[in-house]
Design a protein. Structure first.
Length: 279
């Protein structure tokens, strides 16, 4: 395997620092540096951006991002065992890499980054969806980031990019696609990781739009969508009863048949209903 930098292969790094992926932290390490560089290339223009990386582990994607020319990388790692391996990378790139030890859910990365900012991560499985929802629902839009290039279990990636009428279509698809473009850009088999997970993985690339695709109040839309998909097999006139009021009239005013089900309603329909309910 050709090397992307002058640092040791990742298998050697893991052996040197006695790093074993921990299930409790949702860890699966990517060891093929050519693959991590390929993921880094999906991020887009790196030379003119700061990159936030969550859960770098032994630093495979970190090295890929640096090798592909990232202006600066800020890597947030919760697992203290990984910090020495990451510090070895800092020694090679002192001006371009900063490592923050801590929980990504508790750290404000904007204090350490200069716009424009892109986020790239092989997200720990146990916090991946929570972080994505946070990034998609900031108090103000546009968000602090320009794009998200994130690795998920294939099933989660399909939920983010799903279209109406599919079983995967739901709250995550609407949250993602309302204010972003979202595409699966790379698929990864289990054997790409150590230890191999039980499922395939995929990289999703989301680009923040300046404005939402359709007007709606964010909080109202989130409430409507969460309620509708909470009982996705029910007709909307039943599923949306918890919202109160004459829901059937509101549905008709939004151009939605009260007998339809949540999984068949496009993004535009949910936004129209959110506007009706905001009156």
């Amino acid at each position: 395997m050709s090397q992307i930098d002058a640092l040791p292969p990742l298998r050697d790094v893991i052996a040197t620092h006695e790093l074993k992926a921990r299930k409790s932290l949702g860890q699966n390490f990517l060891l093929d540096l050519n693959l991590t560089a390929k993921i880094a290339r999906q991020v887009g223009d790196l030379a003119n951006c700061d990159v936030l990386e969550i859960g770098p582990g032994p630093g495979g994607l970190t090295r890929g991002l640096l090798a592909e020319g990232a202006r600066r990388v800020v890597a947030v790692e919760k697992d203290r065992r990984c910090i020495p391996a990451l510090e070895d990378i800092v020694a090679h790139h002192p001006e371009r890499l900063q490592v923050l030890e801590g929980d990504a859910l508790d750290i404000d990365p904007t204090l350490h980054l200069t716009a424009p900012i892109r986020i790239a991560a092989n997200l720990p499985y146990n916090i991946g969806t929570e972080l994505l929802v946070r990034w998609l629902t900031p108090p103000r839009w546009p968000p602090f980031w320009q794009s998200l290039t994130l690795m998920f279990q294939r099933e989660v990636a399909e939920r983010i990019t799903a279209q109406p009428g599919s079983k995967a279509y739901g709250r995550l698809a609407i949250l993602a696609q309302w204010r972003c473009t979202a595409n699966i850009v790379l698929s990864l088999p289990p054997e790409a990781f150590t230890p191999p997970p039980k499922v395939s993985s995929a990289v999703v690339h989301l680009v923040a739009l300046k404005e939402p695709k359709f007007p709606a109040d964010a909080k109202t839309l989130e409430r409507v969508v969460a309620t509708a998909f909470n009982q996705r097999r029910k007709m909307l006139r039943s599923a949306l009863k918890p919202l109160g009021g004459d829901i059937e009239d509101r549905l008709r005013a939004a151009g939605i048949a009260p007998t339809d089900r949540a999984e068949n309603i496009p993004l535009e329909g949910f936004c129209a209903l959110a506007r009706e309910l905001a009156h």
